[in-house]
Design a protein around this ligand. Structure first.
Ligand SMILES: Cc1cc2nc3c(=O)[nH]c(=O)nc-3n(C[C@H](O)[C@H](O)[C@H](O)COP(=O)(O)OP(=O)(O)OC[C@H]3O[C@@H](n4cnc5c(N)ncnc54)[C@H](O)[C@@H]3O)c2cc1C
Ligand code: FES
Length: 246
């Protein structure tokens, strides 16, 4: 179920290199699960920009975004008090139930990290113990290490160049962990590598999107049960249904 509403910017501040945290005041009641996303309308842009929900609490919604093009650059220039038009409650989100009582690993890469924060909060409040492997290119790109720790998670940082935490990829750290269920979000090569480790879990795909509501087929992903649209059938898919061979 989705809802279109206006939100007021409370904060839009840099967190890391080209990465901003946007805190919005408005109706967060349509968000039911971590891993759902919002679609943001921007002046002069035909297509809305999808951004994962990082966290939500009462009427405050937190998003984290990286400036990669003209839309996100436009967002980065917005100031507290300005309004944003959002579609919220989009996507299926992560289902925490299958992980209950298991040894859980969260694997995030870059701007795939934000939706895992809301999930870590839900899992921690449910008493689950969670290990989070957060991967970034370099030290300047790292964010939310302390926020995950504050939830009680065991946090492992890994960077491509070794300038913060371990050197290497998320999967290098995952291989050394004892876990039996995972949740992952990040770029496709990372998701493919996490999936290839063969454990059971859920993967969130931040594919390029067109319409964002299931009409254009611009976000399709091949699964064992046919093609799925990331915008309406995802963004979260089960490890058992994902196919990376196509
Ligand atoms: C379900 C979903 C959740 C997302 N969550 C987040 C999030 O929490 N934080 C965040 O920073 N980004 C997230 N993204 C990606 C975000 O939507 C894009 O980065 C954004 O739309 C780019 O808009 P732009 O106008 O700045 O860039 P554009 O001008 O549209 O593109 C600039 C460059 O970015 C690349 N690009 C655009 N969209 C994507 C994408 N989806 N994935 C990879 N590369 C892309 C383009 O190929 C191009 O090279 C998410 C995407 C999806 C589909
Ligand atoms: S973006 Fe159009 S169908 Fe998914």
């Amino acid at each position: 179920m989705e809802q279109r509403s206006l939100y007021t910017i409370l904060e839009n501040a840099p967190l890391a290199q080209d990465v901003f945290r946007l805190r919005l005041l408005g109706d967060a009641g349509w968000i039911k699960r971590p891993g759902q996303f919002v679609n943001i309308a921007l002046a002069g842009k035909y297509l809305r920009r999808p951004i994962s929900v990082c966290d939500w609490d009462g009427d405050v919604l937190t998003l984290i975004y990286k400036v990669v093009g003209s839309g996100t650059e436009q967002m980065s220039r917005m100031a507290p008090g300005e309004k944003l038009d959002l579609l919220t409650g989009l996507g299926n989100g992560f289902d925490a139930a299958p992980a209950r009582g298991k040894k859980i690993a969260l694997a995030g890469g870059g701007v795939g990290v934000p939706p895992l924060y809301g999930l870590a909060r839900v899992l921690s409040r449910a008493g689950e113990s969670v290990c989070c492997v957060l991967g970034f290119r370099s030290h300047a790109d790292v964010f939310y290490e302390h926020e995950f720790r504050a939830l009680g998670c065991d946090v492992r940082i890994v960077t491509d160049d070794g300038s913060c935490g371990a050197k290497g990829f998320v999967t290098d750290v995952l291989k050394s962990l004892d876990y039996d269920y995972y949740f992952a979000c990040g770029p496709q090569p990372m998701l493919r590598a996490v999936h290839a480790l063969g454990k059971e879990g859920q993967l969130s795909f931040e594919e390029r999107m067109g319409c964002g509501f299931g009409a254009c087929m611009g976000c399709t992903c091949k699964t064992l049960t046919g093609y799925k649209r990331i915008c309406v059938d995802g963004p979260v898919l089960l490890s058992g249904e994902v196919r990376f061979d196509a």
